[in-house]
Design a binder for this molecule. Structure first.
Ligand SMILES: [Zn+2]
Length: 97
């Protein structure tokens, strides 16, 4: 639902999900980063350093991104299956909050 009140224009920074490709407010997305040590991990605080890509807080989007290798391309690193499993677990845990 989009309800806009006149005079209440707030600029929300939008980022594109690497899975579904939708533009969403940063807050609703999770950052996947590549650290300087070439580790790929979820940045749930949004404060870690590294090259990052955004993805919905949704394991289905992660699965999509995995299939299309979007994360590999945007992070310029190859991501082994075990890392995807870790990301998936971490994301699934967070979903239960
Ligand atoms: Zn998505």
């Amino acid at each position: 639902m989009t309800e806009r009140k006149p005079g209440m224009k707030r600029r929300i920074p939008l980022r594109k999900c690497s899975g579904c490709g939708e533009m969403k407010p940063k807050k609703e997305l999770v950052r996947v980063i590549r650290t300087p040590e070439n580790e790929v991990l979820l940045d749930l605080t949004g404060k870690k350093n590294g090259r990052g890509a955004y993805i919905c807080h949704d394991t289905q989007c992660l699965a999509k991104a995995r299939k299309s290798k979007v994360l590999e391309r945007s992070l310029e690193v190859s991501i082994p299956a075990e890392i995807y499993e870790l990301l998936n677990e971490e994301m699934a845990q967070e979903e239960n909050d």
